[in-house]
Design a binder for this molecule. Structure first.
Ligand code: NIG
Ligand code: FE
Length: 423
């Protein structure tokens, strides 16, 4: 049989296909639909899905006896999670600052004293590219065990040409060697380094001069447009330069304050605008009708203990496209588990399990301009799929804090089997 699948996975209790949103992200009522096939089956060949149907239809199509099969009776299967916003490459950790914050010091007070992002910049600058690669590989391995099959990684803890390129080279190395898909983003405009404390505009020029070098390694350019970081004018300067060089754009905005980032994201056709914990109704209006994906990161306000979460319900009611990610980083969310974010989306932003799962898969794929390849289980797409040890998808949000991912298939290959990495 010419089209004999490499493997058929069948009797999947609930197969969440997330189909039908490859062209445009899901919005409003579409977020309530997961494209569920009961007793579902998928056929995989050469790393792609070649057929997706019920088990009965699959049996009529292919001869099970001569094909490798996997029985997923009573389980839930869905596309691998796409963590579309992380800062997963860094040295050191900020446990001591965490304890300081518990005692009442704020994130910005710590940054003003030279800690925060600057603390991590110090630790990251001390490491070689090889050391950084090893540290990050460990994070990626843990992400994979928790069901993440694609990850975006931002630079931004180097803040000078040599260190930013060192970081981007490490990401490049991982991109070539790790089974996960990795999307590199240049975030030279993460904060003003101490050397330029009194000349922030000089640093902005320096970032613009780094861009042609970063372009060799990074697909996206991001800017942290917020209080204590870059103002609107500085943000526009970096984005305009990046756009001229062919970067796709992302923006950190409204994590602490609204200083114009949302309008800038729309003006520059950014692929996504991220955080948005302090978005106003007027800014929601500005975004509605635009193609910008809103990436929400509920782990951040939780870890910062500031209790201000993005108004997801209002955003969904106004037709905005919402994605979810961890923001994994040592300062504002040292958690790399997308399953926790799915639960947090419900507990802190009243998103239903269905809305959260769409946001963590297909809409996250759109936030990386990768929805033609990943984010749903459909014929022709890359076979990235996870199988969970639950019999109803809503339990993913409900039983939280434990790892439900039993099996991970990446590009058609079994990479996690029974919760253990396949070597
Ligand atoms: O997304 N907002 C900027 N960057 C990170 C925080 C980085 C850090 O504190 O190290 C964030 O929250
Ligand atoms: Fe971030």
């Amino acid at each position: 049989m010419e089209n004999k699948p490499d493997i058929i996975i069948y009797h999947i209790g609930q197969l969440l296909t997330i189909r039908g949103a490859t062209q445009k992200p899901k919005i409003s009522g579409q977020m309530d639909d997961l494209g569920i096939i009961e007793d579902g089956a998928v056929a995989i060949k050469d790393g792609n899905f070649i057929h997706v149907s019920t088990t009965e239809e699959m049996r009529n199509r292919y001869e099970f006896g001569i094909t490798k099969t996997l029985d997923a009776s009573g389980k839930v299967a869905l596309p691998g999670f796409i963590d579309c916003h992380t800062h997963a490459i860094f040295g050191g950790n900020r446990t001591a600052e965490f304890v300081e914050r518990i005692k009442g010091t704020t994130y910005h007070e710590i940054l003003k004293k030279g800690g925060g992002i600057l603390n991590t910049v110090n630790s990251t600058r001390k490491l070689t590219s090889e050391e950084l690669t090893i540290l990050t590989k460990n994070h990626l391995d843990t992400m994979l065990l928790h069901g993440t099959t694609t990850v975006e990684i931002k630079s931004g803890y180097g803040l000078d040409l040599m260190n930013e390129i060192k970081i981007l080279k490490s990401i490049q190395k991982l991109k070539k060697t790790h089974c996960m898909d990795i999307v590199p983003t240049f975030l030279g405009a993460h904060t003003i380094p101490v050397e330029y404390k009194y000349d922030p505009d000089v640093y902005v020029n320096l970032v613009c001069n780094m861009l042609p070098f970063a372009r060799e390694y990074a697909v996206f350019c991001d800017v942290f447009c917020d209080e204590g970081a870059f103002n609107a004018q500085q943000t526009e300067k970096v984005l305009q330069t990046a756009k001229n060089l062919g970067f796709q754009l992302k923006l950190h905005s409204n994590e602490f304050k609204n200083i114009g980032g949302v309008q800038i994201a729309v003006k520059y056709d950014a692929v996504s605008v991220e955080h948005l914990d302090h978005i106003t109704s007027q800014e929601i209006d500005t975004l509605s009708g635009s193609a910008v994906v809103c990436v929400l990161l509920p782990g951040v306000p939780l870890f910062l203990m500031n209790n201000t979460y993005a108004p997801a319900k209002e955003m969904l009611d106004n037709g905005l496209a919402i994605a979810l990610a961890t923001d994994f980083n040592p300062g504002t969310c040292p958690c790399l588990n997308m399953q926790i974010m799915i639960t947090l989306a419900s507990l802190t932003m009243s998103m239903t399990p269905s809305q959260s799962i769409n946001a963590a898969t297909i809409n996250a794929a759109h936030a990386l301009s990768m929805a033609h390849l990943i984010g749903s289980i459909e014929e022709g797409k890359q076979a990235d799929m996870i199988i969970l040890d639950i019999d109803d998808y809503q339990q993913l949000s409900y039983y939280f804090g434990i790892n439900h991912v039993q099996t991970v298939i990446k590009k058609g290959k079994l990479v996690v089997d029974n919760k253990i990495p396949v070597k």
